[in-house]
Design a protein around this ligand. Structure first.
Ligand SMILES: Nc1nc2c(c(=O)[nH]1)N[C@H]1C(S)=C(S)[C@@H](COP(=O)(O)OP(=O)(O)OC[C@H]3O[C@@H](n4cnc5c(=O)[nH]c(N)nc54)[C@H](O)[C@@H]3O)O[C@H]1N2
Ligand SMILES: Nc1nc2c(c(=O)[nH]1)N[C@H]1C(S)=C(S)[C@@H](COP(=O)(O)OP(=O)(O)OC[C@H]3O[C@@H](n4cnc5c(=O)[nH]c(N)nc54)[C@H](O)[C@@H]3O)O[C@H]1N2
Ligand code: SF4
Ligand SMILES: [Mo]
Length: 740
């Protein structure tokens, strides 16, 4: 029987609504859901590839255990027994601090993992926690945390109402946005231009986003903080600051202005590769626009001044009077799982509560930089990582010095991967526990509504029933919790889930929520027989800002109500949220956090450097998603995406020709890669995408193996970090290039 299902795409942050036609257990078509309240039918080529992912014969459907060096199929009971025995012995001998965990990007897109990995981590009690965050967005979260008091409170452009959008280091035409959930960026940009607005893109590459914008300026990799400091400097010098409305909520304005005084456009121009009068022009345009917004992403984060650049994006948004107001940048208000606590004040954020064992890197957001992972596995001593869990991550391809990490993993006493593929990372695992197909799982985005261009509420039930013998990943995580927990060792999945729920419920009953002080058993009864993530969601929705309060607010939302709206519920345009959203001890926006101001001297010291070397940056392509969709034929046929893009001047000088092979070398390593000559890239800069290099023995990726590409992270230096956030420098890597 043909059926139609509605399902949010789990691949990227745009979270598009899909319309999926099925017959029995197969998918007959996937298209955009034209009635989706948030994405209005927009999709990219990856959405329809969900059908191929579901059907991929290489996708794992049962656990694997490594026996005599190769992976063999196992039952779930055998897999958990193997973990219990081997991990148990390691923890008994070396303590739980000898167990490391790496969480990858899909652990944010898959709510089973997002909600229950925390439970597992809490039970495990290890300081050795790593994630893809430190090759991604930590600088923005740290800057936001220091300014607004919470790592999860990030302001996003109000694109549908702005007149001027300045984009740095982001290419939403390929990526579809990040820390900004904005399906159909191209359409929204066209609408902005049609209503007379302007978009300017600052990027070392003339990307598709840059080409569609009104203006594009090349910038030398890693110099955004200098550029933005000079924009802020100009705003002050030319008396263009208009933040009066926000003044009652601002702390440190004069200190920030004073600290930026040395950074004149003339000082930074040649280091940025942007003329001083261009920098002034942008400052004046930002100030003159009725409503303007600045947005920075990967290019401004994964570089050596990531935290400073991220901070300066909001400093400029604030100085131009565009912060927390319609048409500028605003804080979304998610329907569930948002930052709790008392409105308008909090403890703020802290970092460096512990330091990594080998190089002493400070913890940020409870994690160490993933660039430290290899050395923590290799270096003997108390606290050495002997066992490792990877949860939906492929750090061998996605983190710096992949060669070293790949080798280090061989030295582990025991490794477990929660993954749906046997790939470059999970091939090292002694036990692989596969998740379900996305089409067999329900879906709710726990993180991305906090970055939405608009407030909305959407939930997808599973398209297909999961086979009886396969656990959902939250159940797998609870089984693991039961194995590692000191207090709840041996508890059943059901008992642990009840415990997780009741801990959550207590929090809502005690904190500033719609059900503060209510009777516990009454709430429990209302939730009926829901279990797992659905029960947590129903609770969070109903106790949350739009919730029905379990009866106190009958027009409010509940999971039942969302289920009755398969295309989602629109919750309206973004609204101003200052001061209620702030969680700083002062209850104000901290414009001049000490750590950030101190780091300006390092920025000052980099003025004048740069022109002598070639710098490597990264890029994304619409048909790829980090390292893990390369096994799907419909996304990988056609032109080779893994090339070294180089300007014709540099290619000529280095005697490289289009289609030839280049040897690219950095301090960390060397790779060979096909050359693509293009004048869309800035002279002095070369670009290579990440996530490739599918040529490892023991992986099971039969499509990807035929067109492996090369791993750009062999070139990334694990010692090059933004010191404040611990984020890796993946853009602006000094390299040499020659014909291979
Ligand atoms: N040079 C360079 N490196 C980069 C970047 C860059 O721009 N340049 N970008 C960085 C960024 S932004 C990111 S986010 C990271 C990503 O880094 P990672 O998260 O480490 O890598 P992914 O390629 O996303 O790998 C995801 C893994 O999850 C598995 N998976 C997918 N869905 C599921 C699921 O539902 N359950 C389970 N259990 N597993 C699943 C996939 O098979 C794959 O193994 O890469 C970073 N690396
Ligand atoms: N198709 C596709 N979509 C994806 C992903 C994917 O792999 N493929 N990954 C997803 C993930 S995990 C993330 S985090 C997001 C990232 O989303 P985006 O931040 O939009 O990432 P990119 O498309 O890599 O764009 C980064 C841009 O920064 C530029 N750049 C590099 N260095 C610098 C610099 O120093 N300064 C400036 N100003 N620009 C610089 C690059 O040329 C590039 O155009 O994309 C997500 N969406
Ligand atoms: S833009 Fe593409 S990958 Fe991202 S959510 Fe939409 S359909 Fe999925
Ligand atoms: Mo990412």
């Amino acid at each position: 029987m043909p059926e139609t299902h509605y399902r949010i795409c789990p691949f990227c942050e745009a979270t598009c609504g899909l319309e999926i036609e099925t017959t029995e257990r197969s998918v007959t078509s996937v298209r955009g859901d034209g009635e989706d309240v948030f994405s209005d039918g927009f999709i990219c080529p990856k959405g329809p590839a969900l059908a191929e992912l579901d059907a991929d014969p290489d996708r794992l459907r049962h656990p694997l255990i490594k026996r005599n060096g190769s992976h063999v199929a196992a039952t779930w009971d055998e897999a958990f027994a193997e973990i219990e025995t081997r991990l148990g012995a390691i923890i008994a001998e070396h303590g739980s601090e000898s167990v490391g965990v790496y969480l990858g990007n899909p652990s944010v897109h898959n709510w089973s993992l997002a909600l229950y990995s925390r439970v597992f981590l809490r039970a495990l009690q290890t300081p050795q926690i790593y994630s893809a965050s430190t090759v991604d967005q930590v600088p923005k979260q740290l800057a936001s945390g220091l300014m607004f008091g919470s790592f999860a409170t990030v302001a996003v452009p109000d694109i549908d109402r702005t007149d001027y959008l300045l984009v740095l280091g982001a290419n939403p035409f390929e990526s579809n946005g990040s820390l900004w959930t904005v399906p159909d960026f191209p359409g929204r940009l066209r609408a902005l231009q049609k209503r007379g607005g302007t978009c300017v893109v600052i990027d070392p590459k003339r990307t598709r986003t840059a080409a569609a914008a009104d203006r594009h300026l090349f910038i030398r990799p890693g110099s955004d903080a200098l550029f933005l400091a000079a924009v802020a400097n100009t705003l002050v010098a030319e008396n263009l600051c208009t933040h009066k409305d926000l003044d009652p909520h601002l702390d440190g304005v004069e200190a920030a202005k004073a600290a930026l005084e040395p950074f004149t456009p003339e000082l930074v121009a040649s280091t940025c590769g942007i003329e001083a009068n261009e920098i002034r022009k942008i400052a004046r345009e930002l100030a003159a626009a009725p409503r303007a917004a600045i947005y920075g992403r990967i290019g401004t984060c994964t570089q050596e001044f990531g935290t400073l650049a991220s901070w300066l994006v909001d400093v400029c948004n604030i100085l131009t009077g565009n912060f927390d107001r319609p048409g500028g940048v605003l804080f979304p208000l998610p329907a569930a799982f948002s930052v709790g606590g008392k409105p308008g004040i909090g403890r703020g954020v802290s970092t460096g509560r512990r330091h990594s064992r080998v190089r002493g890197a400070p913890e940020v957001m409870g994690e160490f930089p993933c660039s430290c992972l290899a050395e923590e596995i290799e270096t003997p001593g108390k606290g050495q990582i002997r066992a490792l869990f990877t949860i939906a991550g492929n750090p061998v391809l996605s983190t710096p010095n992949g060669t070293r990490l790949d080798a280090a993993m061989r030295n582990l006493d025991f490794m477990v991967s929660l993954d749906i593929y046997l790939n470059e990372t999970s091939r090292h695992a002694d036990v692989i526990l596969p998740g379900l197909s996305p089409l067999e799982s329900s879906h709710y985005d726990t993180a991305f509504p906090a970055f939405g261009y608009r407030n909305a509420l959407r939930y997808s039930p599973p398209v297909f029933a999961a086979p009886d013998d396969r656990p959902a990943e939250w159940q797998t995580l609870l089984r693991l919790t039961s194995i590692v927990s000191k207090d709840a060792g041996g508890a059943s999945v059901e008992d642990l889930d009840n415990f997780v729920f009741s801990t959550n419920l207590q929090r809502y009953l005690r904190s500033d929520s719609k059900i503060q002080g209510r009777d516990e058993s009454e709430i429990q009864q209302e939730l009926g027989d829901r279990v797992g993530p659905e029960r947590l969601l129903d609770l969070a929705l109903r106790a949350g800002p739009y919730g029905d309060g379990f009866g106190s607010d009958p027009d409010g939302v509940s999971l039942k109500k969302v289920e009755e709206h398969p295309h989602g519920i629109d919750l309206g345009e973004l609204q101003s949220r200052v001061p209620e959203v702030l969680k700083t001890p002062s209850g104000k926006i901290e414009l001049a956090p000490g750590a950030v101001i101190e780091d300006l001297s390092r920025l000052r010291d980099c003025v004048g450097r740069g022109a002598e070397s070639l710098y490597l940056i990264g890029r994304r392509h619409l048909r790829s998603n980090n390292s893990w969709l390369h096994n799907l034929p419909r996304l990988t046929r056609g032109k080779n995406l893994c090339t070294l893009q180089i300007h014709s001047d540099d290619a000529g000088r280095l005697k490289l020709s289009d289609g030839g092979t280049a040897l690219v070398s950095s301090k960390a390593g060397s790779v060979e890669v096909p050359v693509e000559v293009t004048d869309d890239i800035m002279p002095g800069v070369v670009s290579m995408p990440h996530g490739w290099g599918h040529n490892h023995e023991g992986a099971k990726l039969s499509v990807a193996r035929d067109r492996p590409g090369s791993n750009s992270n062999i070139l990334a230096d694990e010692f090059a970090l933004d010191p404040l956030s611990g984020n890796a420098v993946l853009n602006g890597i000094p390299v040499t290039v020659r014909a291979a």
